[in-house]
Design a binder for this molecule. Structure first.
Ligand code: URA
Length: 286
């Protein structure tokens, strides 16, 4: 069964805010939680979590990053700035070698929505910020049209180095390979652990397949708010209520770059569909 169908939402439907919705009892059919380097915060209420984070800082529970280890090992129990600093030296896969820098996520720790793209592009690699190139400008416009303030959101990528090939003077985007997604995944999980988002938006197939299910199809299942367990958190139990920090929601939509690539005659409709999907998220967060 596709649990998304139970919460099929369109901009015009009447529906409940995520906080008010309960996960369906079959939420165990969602992708299993991935083994994580930082599950501790999820086991705790917000206040306890802060205490645990402070304690973790005191004991400096920080693992070293081994070069080419295959999987990133973020420090545990730290905030976004420390994660950003640690990610700057990530050598878990080979992508760092031909890039300018790690492009970590950006936005306030209080963000309620986390947008997850694929990987930084050429301009993002040069500037060290996610979604600042052509796709980022389109995303900004779509967010504004949907009534979402990017400054209140957190924007990040599934892979934090620019995967590309060089053709003459141009650097051509290359879809990251599964091993790149695997290597980088702990950074994303660490970002989720700090942010505890209310809604995650997967931008494009790479993010959607990696966060929801490899069989997820954007074309068929976009724009639906699906109950979701944050990766790295323990699987949901029957006793969890809707305020459990790891019980959250995800919506997948098309990647802004795909809209830029859409033929002229279909681009406006593709853009409107993106705005409609983002409107579902905006409407879910009163
Ligand atoms: N595309 C992405 O997926 N992420 C960026 O940061 C830029 C373009």
């Amino acid at each position: 069964m596709d649990p998304g169908r139970t919460v099929k939402l369109t901009p015009s439907s009447t529906w409940l805010a995520p906080k008010l919705l309960r996960s369906p009892s079959n939420s165990s059919t969602f992708p299993p939680a991935v083994a994580c380097s930082c599950p501790e915060p999820y086991r705790l209420g917000r206040r306890l979590r802060q205490i645990s984070v402070a304690a973790a800082r005191r004991v400096r529970c920080h693992r070293s990053m081994s070069e080419g280890s295959g999987v990133a090992q973020p420090p545990v129990g730290v905030g976004l700035e420390q994660l950003r600093g640690a990610a700057a030296g990530c050598r878990a896969c080979e992508l760092w070698q031909d890039t300018t820098q790690t492009v970590f996520g950006e936005g306030p720790e209080t963000a309620r929505i986390v947008f997850v793209g694929e990987q930084p592009g050429d301009q993002e690699d040069r500037r060290g910020e996610p979604f600042v190139g052509p796709a980022g400008r389109l995303l900004d416009r779509a967010l504004a049209d949907a009534g979402i303030d990017r400054r209140d959101s957190y924007v990040t990528n599934s892979v934090k180095h620019f995967s590309h090939t060089v053709k003459g003077k141009r650097r051509i985007h290359q879809t990251p390979r599964p091993e790149h997604l695997r290597a980088c995944r702990p950074w994303l999980e660490a970002e989720f652990a700090v942010l505890q988002p209310e809604v995650v938006v997967a931008l494009g197939a790479t993010a959607a397949k990696s966060l929801i299910s490899p069989s997820f199809r954007i074309t068929r299942e976009r724009g639906r708010l699906l109950p979701w367990t944050v990766p790295g958190a323990p699987a949901p139990s029957e006793d969890d209520d809707e305020d459990a920090p790891h019980q959250t929601w995800i919506l997948a939509t098309t990647h802004p770059s795909a809209i830029l690539r859409t033929p002229d005659e279909a681009r406006a409709a593709a853009y409107d569909a993106l705005v409609a999907d983002l409107g579902v998220v905006a409407g879910a967060l009163p």
